[in-house]
Design a protein around this ligand. Structure first.
Ligand code: FES
Ligand SMILES: [Fe+2]
Length: 429
């Protein structure tokens, strides 16, 4: 029986302008179990992008929501998501991270499945009854729900969940702002970043949409930008924060870096300016001035609840992260860009992906260090029970440096975990 009072994990006093989160939320195992059953087993989770399955038979395998999932395209071209666990006795069916396959053969007893998940061959089939697999018990098990929005594929382990579009709510506008950066279609660029952080996963949610920490945590990077680009100082960054519904949130801002989509900076050279302006003009012709400016010039950090972050800055980074324990998470990040992108811009984009967000870049190591410091504080200084997230509370128009977007996440998180049963059922995954 849990001794956690789930109702008291947030302390919100609107009149006093106070919003606090109990630090227990980052360390407690019962809360962690509640997150698995009430959040990761119920919410739509990012699976992958259409461009990762370019051909019939293309597949990738990856962890999603505590399961290993096969994301693939069958020989007829249909996209699937299967649990990568053999229906016979549970062995991992596909042990490759990516490739092309018409069939998957389980290494344990040799059952063979088509790319559509149907059992194709069964060693010793003569020893099974004729009606065996009449009901599909020997086929790969599909993830209960698989849907896409603009080439972004999501799964949900709750068969009763609302549709993806309903779930995404206001976040669809921001996925559009990514998808519309290309005329030919966006593509995932090969070269995934994978790293682990000794901190609770919600600390990375906060950090990914936290406009407040940049000046102090990333001072080195902004000095570097100033020297390299001769552009605005970080203090000139302006923008807003928005609640997009269902726990999704965004900060949108102008920033002193170039954006390969069409935001030229002096460091790219005068000779490149005309080329970039031409791309921008095409965006204006298609989307109008205001929307083209948002697509090309503005930067955004978008959180799709619970754990997809799209950092649309000097590159576009997709990032997911899953907790293994309350104080340990594994992070995966992909770069995405226009498939028609010129080589020099692609190089630039990948520099941005590596230079700022890479695990050895200017930003991520500093962020990781801060997150791990916070986690140690929760474990060691137990008498200090609360985290403060009150900045900009009750402001009509919260800015990127306020904490409105982080409160949006926590409010949804709290609504979901407090539904947690006191006796936690065995996890299905
Ligand atoms: S566990 Fe896969 S064939 Fe037996
Ligand atoms: Fe940061």
């Amino acid at each position: 029986m849990s001794d956690v009072n789930f109702l008291k994990l947030l302390d919100v006093d609107r009149d006093a302008g106070v919003f606090r989160v109990a630090r227990k939320s980052f360390v407690d195992n019962d809360i962690f179990q509640a997150e698995r059953s009430q959040i990761f087993d119920r919410c739509w989770l990012y699976l992958g992008h259409t461009s990762e399955l370019p051909k019939k038979g293309s597949f990738v395998t990856r962890p999603v929501g505590g399961r290993n999932v096969i994301f693939n395209r069958d020989v007829a071209g249909t996209v699937h998501a299967f649990l990568n666990s053999c229906p016979h006795r549970g062995a991992t069916v596909c042990r490759e991270p990516a490739g092309n396959a018409k069939n998957f053969t389980c290494s344990y007893h040799g059952w063979v499945f088509g790319a559509d998940g149907k059992m194709r061959d069964l060693p010793g089939i003569e020893s099974y009854s004729e009606g065996f697999n009449g009901g599909g018990c020997a086929d790969l098990v599909a993830v209960p729900r698989l849907e896409q929005y603009r080439d972004f594929w999501f799964v949900c382990f709750d068969a009763e969940a609302v549709t993806l579009v309903e779930y995404l709510a206001g976040a669809t506008e921001y996925l559009d702002l990514v998808a519309d950066q290309s005329e030919a279609g966006m593509e995932i660029i090969s070269g995934t970043q994978e790293y682990a952080i000794r901190a609770n996963w919600k600390l990375l949610v906060e950090n990914s949409i936290d406009g407040y920490h940049a000046v102090s945590t990333h001072a080195t990077y902004f000095d570097y930008l100033k020297n390299m680009n001769g552009v605005l100082a970080q203090s000139n960054v302006v923008g807003f924060a928005r609640d997009l519904g269902n726990g999704h949130a965004v900060v949108e801002y102008s920033a002193p870096w170039g954006r390969p989509v069409a935001n030229w900076v002096p460091a790219w050279g005068e000779e490149r300016k005309g080329e970039i302006d031409a791309v921008f003009d095409r965006l204006v012709a298609k989307h109008g001035d205001q929307r083209a400016t948002r697509i090309a010039k503005n930067s955004r950090n978008l959180l799709i609840f619970p754990n997809l972050v799209i950092v649309d800055g000097m590159s576009v980074t997709l990032r997911t992260f899953y907790p293994k324990q309350p104080d340990y998470m594994e992070v995966t990040a992909w770069a995405i860009g226009p498939s028609e992108e010129k080589d020099w811009l692609r190089k630039n984009r990948l520099n941005g992906f590596l230079e700022f967000f890479g695990p050895g870049g200017f930003a991520t190591p500093d962020d990781v260090e801060m997150l791990e410091h916070c986690q140690r504080g929760y474990a060691n200084a137990r008498e200090a029970a609360w985290n403060d997230l009150s900045r900009g509370m009750n402001k009509a128009e919260p800015a990127t440096v306020d904490e409105h977007q982080i409160r949006t996440f926590w409010s949804r998180w709290h609504a979901l975990v407090q539904q947690a049963p006191r006796v936690i059922p065995l996890h299905a995954g």
